[in-house]
Design a protein around this ligand. Structure first.
Ligand SMILES: [Zn+2]
Length: 117
């Protein structure tokens, strides 16, 4: 197992938190991207800003806080998910960073409630 996979596995253990919600505070615009993990797996500490249109900042994870901090939106707009078997197969064939991430236990992100990324 590589160092990256070990880090992720630790992250999974560290984040065994009740409802899987997290928020990423953008380092540029200061707004929050709120996410929820709908499958078991690792989520990253940083995430490109998805809240302000055109913002190229990065959100930094609040670490699945409990209790949820005041002033942070509570409704997740994005969800972390594990690709299904067919999607995994496509990713494996495509290879690259996304496959390495998923193979190491990482989840992918999509708009909440959408079936396809
Ligand atoms: Zn931003």
């Amino acid at each position: 197992m590589g160092k990256r996979a070990q880090r992720m596995r630790r992250a999974i253990a560290d984040r065994a938190q009740m409802d899987g919600r997290d928020a990423y505070r953008c380092d540029k615009c200061g707004r929050y991207t709120v996410t929820v993990a709908v499958d078991k797996g690792a989520t990253p500490d940083r995430l490109g800003c998805r809240t302000t249109s055109g913002c190229d900042g990065y959100g930094v994870s609040l670490g699945m806080p409990h209790p949820w901090p005041e002033g942070v939106p509570t409704e997740p707009r994005w969800e972390w998910y594990r690709p299904d078997a067919a999607a995994l197969d496509r990713l494996r064939r495509a290879g690259g960073a996304t496959w390495a991430h998923v193979e190491a236990g990482g989840l992918l992100i999509r708009r909440k409630g959408k079936a396809i990324t």
